[in-house]
Structure formats: C-alpha cells, structure tokens
Ligand binder design. Sequence first.
Ligand SMILES: *Cc1c(COP(=O)(O)O)cnc(C)c1O
Length: 226
Amino acid sequence: MHTLQQSVKEFKNKLNGWPGTLVAVTKTHPVALLEEAYSIGLRDFGENKVQELSAKAETLPQDIRWHMIGHLQSNKVKFIAPFVHLIHTIDSESLIKEIHKQGLVHNRVIEGLLQIHIAEEEHKFGLKPEALHTLLAEEVLAHYPMLRIRGLMGMATYTDDQAQIQKEFNGLQALWQTCKANYAMANDWDTLSMGMSGDYALAISAGTTHIRVGSAIFGERNYQPK
Ligand SMILES: *Cc1c(COP(=O)(O)O)cnc(C)c1O
C-alpha cells in the first residue's frame, strides 16, 4: 500500500534539498487526512475556502500554519483574522483595508501576499502589474499597518506549454525583484508563492520561496473547487 508518509517522502525527494516552504494544499480533504499529514510532520496547510479553513483549524492542533490560497471576500476576513498565518490572495485595496481593520480588532499584524495576474486566462484573479506599481508608488500600504505584505503570489496559465509557464514564473520573479529594489514598502519582501503540482519544478527554477502542492501529495481531489 502507498501510504501518505511514502508519498510525502517521495515528493520531498523530488525537491532535492530545496530550502523553501512546501504548503500542503489540503482543500476538500477530510480532517482525518490532515491529522495524518500533521502526524508525519507537515505544518503548513493551504485551504481555499474560509468556511472549510476555519472548521478545520478549530479541530486541529494550534501550531499548524494556515495559508489562505483561495479568492477571499472582504466580508469573510473576520473569520480567519484571529489565526491565519499567510493570506496569499490579496488583490484589491478594499481587501487590504478590511484585513487591516480585522488586524486592529484582533490586535495582531496579519501577513499576506499580493496576488498578481500572470496567466493568459482572463478569469484568474489578481492585480495587474501596473496596478501593483501604482499601489507601491503611492505607498498605499502605509495606511494599513496591521497588514504586513511579505511578497507576491501568482498562478501560471493552465497549459502544457512549459515554456509559457516558465516565462510567466520568470516574469513574476523579475517583478518581485524590481519591487524590492525600487519601493521602500517592498524592500523587506521575502516571499514569492508560485507553483502547484503540475508546475512546481518550473517555479523552483524561477526562484520561488513557497510552492502550493495538493494532488501530487494527496492524490486527485473528488471535485475541483473554483
Ligand atoms: C488547489 C490549489 C493549489 C494546489 O493544486 P494542485 O494542482 O492539487 O497541487 C495551489 N494553489 C491554489 C491557489 C489552489 O487553489
């Protein structure tokens, strides 16, 4: 039998000593599977729905680092604000404002990433690079100190064209570096989140610091939540 422990070990072997953070994407999987993942040492879990994330966090150990990787509506920030480790999907000023507000309510600085639209598909969320430059040039983040942005997140086009994916990841890496070099608000950025089961190797070769991997570790999901 192929156990979860074996899958995780095999997957980590493929990473070949890569020093970054593996976010284990546990969306749609039952709490029992997360408990098993926890028991073999995984601590960074990614979920894409607020309700599911909160429900799981309530029953699982406190030292899990919960990553919100799905589209986040402002009115739901309050449910994860007390404990979320990193929100990967910040893509509007209204969301920035609400996260700051909930940080005040819960007296904690909430950490997150700005999601950038790098794919060709129109439906993917994220700020356009021009909007990111404006946000940083105008020092918008300075008004919201209870949110600490640590870097950028992106999702590549869903395609078999490896060169296309590599180009998009390299582009996001370059954008991240440009921001770090040119904007005071971005000088200390240390996080770049890109790469999933199908394209993590390309993300690593583009210098990502975080990968978000579900099916390559846990197998196929029963449904593909949007
Ligand atoms: C589901 C999801 C992942 C993981 O997808 P896999 O292909 O199963 O590795 C990564 N990032 C985001 C934003 C997701 O929604």
